[in-house]
Design a protein. Structure first.
Length: 108
């Protein structure tokens, strides 16, 4: 076998292996995102940190990296509508769910 043929075959083999790895990684990411969505999507959660703003970012310990000013715990609920899994983070999109207190009825 000539060296040119060996080089061509080794490149072809490498390209085939790389394709399999990329396809497997993409399939794994899709299944991870589907699993995350089925677990968290369409549920209401109370945020661990009570901050306002449209874009709240926390570290893995729940400390706020980016967000608004502190808010009442009555504004700390969040309905997850979409879950996206990225290489370095999990992103939740949705709406705030607030509670209002009726002083006359003494209930939320």
């Amino acid at each position: 076998m000539t060296s040119v043929l060996r080089l061509a075959l080794s490149r072809l083999f490498f390209a085939a292996i790389a394709s399999v790895i990329l396809i497997s990684t993409a399939a794994l990411a899709d299944s991870l995102e589907q699993a995350a969505a089925s677990e968290w999507q369409n549920h209401v959660y109370t945020l661990r940190v009570w901050v306002g703003g449209d874009n709240i970012e926390t570290d893995e310990n729940g400390r706020v990296l980016h967000g608004g000013s502190p808010v009442s715990w009555t504004q700390a609920r969040f309905e997850v509508q979409k879950v996206s899994v990225h290489r370095d983070k999990i992103e939740f999109r949705g709406n705030r769910v607030g509670l209002l207190y009726d002083k006359d009825k003494r209930q939320f």
